[in-house]
Write a protein that binds this ligand. Structure first.
Ligand SMILES: [Zn+2]
Ligand SMILES: [Zn+2]
Length: 293
């Protein structure tokens, strides 16, 4: 049997409910098993009553905006993911894009897609622009220029509409910080799935950038992330699942969903040396402040 076949795909059990309600600041309900209503109800049953649904491409961004329009406790963000932008410009022969394999559309194609992100960003239920940023893990050097052009455009859109900026930064810390500085960061900027070290957390703190921690902060090899969390100021902390990805320990590898927020929040409280209630209270307030709901 291959390792893939023996993978445990059963959903982890429900954690004990949180005493103070907390939002999942970054999730992808459109990539999770089961219906959206089931996922939201399960999350609410453990105190995760609000979720931020994040768009990664045009289709997903339209979907997020439509969902948030009909659900008071769902807020949307819209964007072309840093790995999506180069697929639009250079084509997508491997069919990674959820929009399907397609021909290269060039910079004009990217501009057209950005114009729709701009239109969606104006909607009242859309509270953020992202996830955008830079990803040097999945995108090679040939996609760098498209990625950076797209990132700069998203920063401009977020600022013009007064929305939060949600950043995806994978193995690109220095360039993400540089582009933010060059463009001028929006008033509310979040590093989703924060992946820097303690030194970078101090840079983020000085600039007032929010840091959203995901389930990977619980992983055995993630001491640098816990060190970063330890020095990050309470008023800049958020929690997220990035579900279906990054399921927290001890459920690593099994499907993730917003109802698992308590597992990560409790691990964060341990690192910060505060009670779960104290951390939940500050994280809740921070998330509402970032997304303006
Ligand atoms: Zn991401
Ligand atoms: Zn994400």
């Amino acid at each position: 049997m291959s390792p893939e076949r023996s993978k445990d795909v059963t959903p982890p059990p429900l954690p004990a409910p949180l005493a103070v309600e907390v939002a999942d600041s970054h999730t992808h309900l459109d990539m999770q098993a089961g219906t959206v209503e089931e996922g939201l109800a399960k999350a609410a049953s453990v105190g995760v009553t609000t979720v931020v649904q994040v768009g990664c491409d045009l289709k997903g961004s339209r979907w997020a905006a439509a969902l948030a329009e009909t659900h008071a406790r769902v807020h949307a963000t819209v964007a072309l993911h840093p790995n999506e932008a180069p697929r639009i410009v250079h084509g997508d022969p491997d069919g990674w894009s959820r929009q399907g394999a397609r021909e290269p559309l060039g910079d004009a194609g990217l501009d057209e897609a950005l114009a729709e992100i701009d239109r969606l960003a104006a909607l009242p239920q859309v509270k953020g622009v992202g996830e955008t940023g830079l990803d040097y893990f999945r995108t090679g050097p040939e996609g760098k220029a498209a990625q950076e052009r797209s990132f700069r455009a998203h920063i401009e859109i977020a600022k013009r509409h007064g929305k939060a900026l949600v950043i995806h930064d994978r193995e690109a810390h220095e360039d993400v910080l540089r582009v933010l500085k060059e463009e001028g960061a929006p008033e509310r900027t979040v590093f989703h799935c924060y992946s820097g070290d303690a030194e970078m957390a101090q840079v983020c703190a000085r600039n007032g950038y929010f840091m959203s921690f995901a389930g990977n902060m619980t992983f055995k090899n993630a001491q640098p992330l816990r060190d970063a969390l330890a020095v990050a100021p309470h008023e800049l902390l958020l929690v997220e699942t990035d579900a279906p990805f990054l399921t927290p320990a001890p459920y690593r590898g099994r499907p993730n969903a917003p109802y698992l927020i308590p597992v990560t929040l409790r691990a964060m409280a341990t690192v910060k040396g505060v009670t779960e209630e104290a951390l939940a209270t500050s994280v809740s307030a921070n998330t509402a402040r970032v997304f303006g709901y």
